[in-house]
Design a binder for this molecule. Structure first.
Ligand SMILES: [Zn+2]
Length: 336
């Protein structure tokens, strides 16, 4: 009898220990925070410039944050017109989550001036530049010189050397983004720092498993070349050892001339390039025309988490990308 009650006691103690550990980390096996572990204090207002970052902030912030997004995942992030409503959101924000690398150039600075909120200005604890710690791919001079982006940056006293701002499209960088957001949330809301770090650890663990799965899917296609509409898939392709043969845009955001398109089609045919990558917000008739003339498969992909397009998390986003990319690459490899 004594042994039995001793065993029962051990089971009770172990169960209690597990419950305490679960409560301290504040998450479960789904990768999302547990709503039953509500922390004290008012909810934080988080504003993300791009929907992709808003979705990551929701996972890290859990039930401690209310997340608003400025640019939807279905929108072109290069052409954002500033609206008075942005400043209203920024005025009430405790944390601003930005892509950085100048993708918000031309509208974020303007909206922040009118927002009158010193806490979320760049360099203050309430500003997250998600690109900190990312291995940024530099643009070469001829990729950007003369483009609206380059001229605008020079106009505000910016540097001639710029980096490619599409780093969120390497799923590995998603871990760095999550860490940057967690660190800043912990800084602006110190009493709940352990909660944010716990959510971030769990998210990073789940991401690590997904990365192994995605890397394995892409392994057979190392060394393959494809055409990209914009200079946006470079990070994803670098991760998996694929190469960009050329771009439909001759320079960052500039549309191709007829002569440039004809030369691209000719070079694609001679080199047997069978896949074109583009985003849903690019010019569809240009994509279709190049695909028709070359016989290449055009993949028009979402470029971000986008609730409008049925993609709620970064995990769903990359699952969707690879579900389209892998069969197209396999078909191109078999036909060559
Ligand atoms: Zn771009």
């Amino acid at each position: 009898m004594q042994t039995r009650s001793l065993l029962t006691g051990i089971v009770i103690v172990l169960t209690a220990v597990c419950l305490v550990i679960g409560a301290a980390t504040g998450h479960d096996d789904t990768g999302l925070p547990r709503p039953d572990l509500r922390r004290s204090g008012p909810t934080l207002n988080v504003v993300a410039t791009l929907e992709h970052y808003g979705s990551i902030a929701k996972i890290i912030g859990g039930d401690r944050v209310k997340v608003s997004v400025i640019v939807k995942g279905s929108q072109n992030p290069h052409t954002v017109a500033v609206k008075p409503s942005y400043s209203v959101l920024f005025n009430k924000a405790d944390l601003l989550v930005a892509n950085g690398q100048l993708i918000e150039l031309g509208w974020l600075d303007v909206a922040l001036i009118s927002a009158r909120n010193a806490r979320i200005q760049e360099g203050h604890p309430g500003f997250v530049n998600c690109s900190i710690g990312v291995d940024i791919i530099p643009y070469s001079a001829d990729e950007i010189e003369g483009t609206p982006f380059f001229i605008l940056n020079l106009g505000v006293g910016g540097t001639l050397k710029l980096g490619n701002h599409h780093y969120w499209l390497d799923p590995g960088n998603t871990a760095i983004i999550g860490r940057n957001i967690a660190e800043k949330l912990a800084e602006v809301d110190l009493p709940n720092a352990a909660y944010y770090r716990g959510n971030e650890e769990h998210y990073a663990m789940h991401l690590g498993e997904k990365l192994k799965e995605w890397d394995k899917l892409m392994e057979p296609f190392r060394g393959m070349q494809l055409v990209s509409y914009h200079r946006s898939w470079n990070y994803l392709l670098r991760r998996h050892g694929l190469k960009v043969f050329d771009y439909i845009e001759p320079k960052e955001t500039l549309p191709p001339s007829a002569a440039y398109m004809a030369s691209l089609v000719d070079r694609m045919k001679r080199s047997g390039i069978k896949v074109i990558l583009a985003e849903t917000y690019q010019n569809r008739s240009i994509i279709d025309e190049i695909a028709r003339q070359t016989g290449a498969k055009a993949l028009v992909l979402p470029s971000s988490v986008s609730e409008d397009q049925g993609i709620k998390t970064v995990f769903e986003f990359f699952d969707r990308i690879y579900a389209e990319l892998v069969p197209a690459l396999r078909a191109a490899k078999t036909s060559s």
